[in-house]
Design a protein around this ligand. Structure first.
Ligand code: BGC
Length: 743
């Protein structure tokens, strides 16, 4: 309900440019402020609470206490409030009614778009396009900042090799290099190197560290792995985000080698704040500090506060162990004043950088809608979706399907006319704004006769309409199946042990396929699903992920050939659930088996399925054919330190269809002091090629690109020979050999 007085005040909120302060000026201002702060007020800066109930993802809290706590100076930040008047009211209490008037920071989970929904992050990673990701996060920042959000809990850069884990949808897939490049792009897009701007927000990179490797893909589960592996694979995207200026890092729910990530001195203090020089604040994940008790490394809540603060968590989300016990702990000497000061300084630093002390009401406008879903954002959402879908099969070039066709198209499956293809973690977006595939096809095929039928329920094993399905397929010239999982089946706490299409969809698909009609299968999902039963039985297979608001338009653009496919898989697709984890950058093993079983028994293999994934990392088809030359190198001998080599190759579009070709460069060490993967992605680029066009690409590799984390967790560059490989996918490359030499 509108409060007219508040609305009037909010109309007057200043939009004057904010001063940019130098780091030393900020530190001086903090010194001055902290010299006036009571211990309880410093501790207050270390607490994040909420106000809106619908944003709460975990254990509940008492939101009625929030205004009173703010008044007492006991709250530093607020998570996820949608209501502008509430934001204004809370900030007014902080600024006018608390003793020192320190502004609150407003944080929100804006993961793949704020009000305009873009493709889920895993889909966006399949664009292999850092510029696109930066544009998307810039647009997201604009919509978020102008609705009063100061910080987003994004990017999520947890590398994952396990599609059973529901949160793969939020990440960049399985490769550390791709994820690092995209992590940088997200942070740059959100922050644009100018946090005082009215158009930007601060980034909080999460979930530090190892969360994506939860055992068995089960949410919140244990992580146990060598430090070398964490450093080689899981740390680089965080390092990239920190280097790009991320203001906050979220500590994860899981344990790492027995120690909870939210109470982990090694990874928080020594590595993140020490080695990486991170100077923003570490925020716990939702109650992950309190959960240290469940991990059984603390006696009681008071002990939790002691352990978490001392190991480097600066800001506690929802759990209240800091505001409940830190004062006592400081008095008893179990937590030092210096530790509290450091945590408080980190939080204040980010608030100063955001200009909140200069304008605490920054962007808390009454007319936030004016900044949402601008036509250019919807256009960007459509382009992003076009680049994120991946074409997996296209037998006899069944696609594209001419937009002038007058044929009868049967659109069958519960996702054909569903808006639940937007993706979860929707920020402020509504799934009701999603363009369905049905709508997209109706617009793209004005002369066709499109018959839509769900065939079965989307979420439950009910409502199988086999008679209707058979009837419609009989009438059709071509069938488009729209199947998979809706937005309700992936995301946090949505681990799955089976990766089949949900409910009775497999039975429905069998009914359709029994007719032998030309069939295009469009699969929606927040993770790679098992496609093995269908791969060879459908004519075309499109992996649509969950593509945000413009889902239907984008898929119709691609199917009709208005736009060419360009997406490549950022995550390998398993042949069967039992093959998980399966990933392209695996080690060779002592008894490697390549290709199909040839009769020799004692190899590293399954006796019932191949070793290779169904579709590997980097794979994706287009409507074009592109030839790659073998790579040439500027030198054959490269020094292990301070040297570089240029790798050049020519790509030629041998077809009559223009394309964005995603060129990829991998390396392979012929030997090393530790076993290394057969392929490691080191560069990629999206190249526009007109019909018949040829272009030469040159990538420069530095000596450090050949390095690897070895024994004692040290990064080394060893003088050994390497293959350099280029191609359109991790399993389709041409190579040349070079040698690293001491120097
Ligand atoms: C999730 C985080 C999220 C937080 C706040 C947690 O449950 O793990 O990713 O940022 O809730 O909503």
């Amino acid at each position: 309900m509108n409060n007219p007085n508040l609305v009037e005040e909010m109309r007057k909120i200043s939009r004057d440019p904010l001063p940019t302060r130098s780091p030393s000026e900020i530190e001086r201002l903090i010194d001055d402020l902290m010299s006036k702060m009571y211990l309880t007020e410093k501790i207050g800066q270390l607490y994040e609470t909420g106000f809106d109930e619908h944003d709460v993802t975990g254990t509940n809290y008492d939101k009625s206490k929030t205004p009173m706590l703010i008044k007492q100076g006991l709250v530093g930040s607020i998570i996820g409030t949608h209501n502008q008047q509430a934001l204004y009211r809370l900030q007014k209490i902080a600024v006018e009614d608390s003793r020192l008037g320190i502004p609150l920071l407003f944080a929100h989970d804006i993961i793949h778009g704020c009000k305009t929904s873009f493709p889920i992050n895993l889909a966006l990673a399949c664009s292999f396009d850092a510029d696109l990701v930066e544009k998307v996060s810039q647009a997201t920042a604009f919509e978020s900042s102008h609705s009063g959000v100061n910080m987003t809990f994004s990017p999520m850069v947890d590398l994952s090799r396990d599609p059973r884990w529901g949160r793969v949808m939020e990440g960049n897939g399985e490769d550390p290099y791709l994820s690092s490049v995209l992590a940088t792009a997200y942070v740059k897009g959100y922050q644009q190197d100018d946090l005082t701007s009215y158009d930007t927000i601060a980034a909080c990179v999460k979930h530090y560290i190892g969360y994506g490797a939860a055992e068995g893909g089960r949410e919140y589960n244990t992580v146990d792995m060598s430090e070398a592996k964490l450093r080689q694979y899981y740390l680089p995207p965080f390092e990239a985000a920190v280097k790009a200026g991320a203001q906050s890092v979220m500590s994860a729910f899981n344990t790492i080698n027995g120690v909870p990530a939210s109470a982990n001195k090694k990874w928080l203090k020594d590595v993140l704040k020490g080695e990486l020089g991170f100077d923003g604040f570490v925020i716990s994940d939702f109650t992950s500090t309190g959960e240290v008790l469940n991990h059984k490394i603390a006696r009681d809540q008071k002990h939790v506060a002691e352990v978490c603060l001392n190991t480097g968590v600066d800001h506690e989300m929802i759990a209240t162990t800091y505001i409940d016990y830190l004062e006592e702990l400081v008095t008893e000497g179990r937590v030092s004043m210096a530790a509290v000061d450091d945590a408080c300084r980190r939080v204040l630093r980010v608030k100063y950088r955001l200009g909140l002390f200069d304008n605490p009401y920054k962007n808390i406008y009454i007319n936030q809608e004016d900044y949402w879903q601008l036509p250019e954002f919807l256009q960007l959402a459509r382009e992003a979706a076009q680049q994120s879908a991946v074409l997996l099969e296209n037998k006899n070039s069944i696609l594209p399907l001419s937009p002038t066709t007058t044929q009868t198209i049967a659109l069958i499956g519960p996702l054909g006319n569903s808006q639940k293809t937007m993706g979860g973690w929707n920020g402020k977006a509504w799934f009701e704004d999603t363009v369905t595939l049905y709508k997209g096809l109706q617009e793209a095929y004005p002369f066709a006769n499109i018959i839509q039928v769900d065939g079965c329920d989307l979420e439950k094993p009910i409502n199988l309409e086999l008679d209707r399905v058979h009837e419609v397929v009989q009438q059709a010239d071509i069938v488009i199946l729209a199947v998979g999982e809706s937005l309700h089946w992936s995301g946090e706490a949505h681990a799955r042990a089976n990766l089949d299409f949900v409910g009775l969809q497999p039975q429905m698909v069998e009914a359709v396929l029994s007719h032998g009609k030309r069939t295009i299968m469009v699969v929606f999902g927040g993770r790679p699903l098992i496609l093995t039963p269908y791969k060879d039985r459908v004519d075309a297979l499109v992996y649509a992920w969950l593509l945000g608001h413009e889902t239907g338009h984008a898929i119709a653009d691609l199917i009709s050939g208005r736009v060419n496919f360009s997406g490549r898989l950022a995550m390998s697709f398993p042949y069967a659930v039992g093959q998980i984890p399966v990933y392209y950058n695996a080690l060779p093993t002592g008894r490697p088996q390549h290709g199909h079983y040839t009769g020799d028994f004692y190899f590293s293999r399954y006796i019932d399925i191949p070793n290779e994934p169904l579709y590997p990392f980097g794979y994706g088809l287009t409507y074009s054919t592109v030839d790659y030359s073998s790579p040439d190198v500027s030198k054959k001998l490269v020094k292990t330190s301070g040297d570089s080599v240029d790798v050049s190759f020519t790509v030629t579009n041998t077809s009559s269809v223009a394309v964005y070709e995603t060129v990829q460069l991998y390396i392979e060490a012929l030997y090393y002091s530790v076993s290394r993967p057969v392929n490691e992605l080191k560069r990629f680029e999206k190249v526009w090629l007109d019909a018949g066009e040829s272009t030469t690409i040159t990538f420069t590799l530095k000596s450090t690109d050949f390095g690897y984390v070895v024994e004692n967790d040290q990064f080394t560059v060893e003088p050994v020979p390497f293959f350099i490989k280029v191609g359109p996918a991790s399993n389709q490359t041409k190579k040349t050999e070079i040698s690293l030499i001491e120097g």
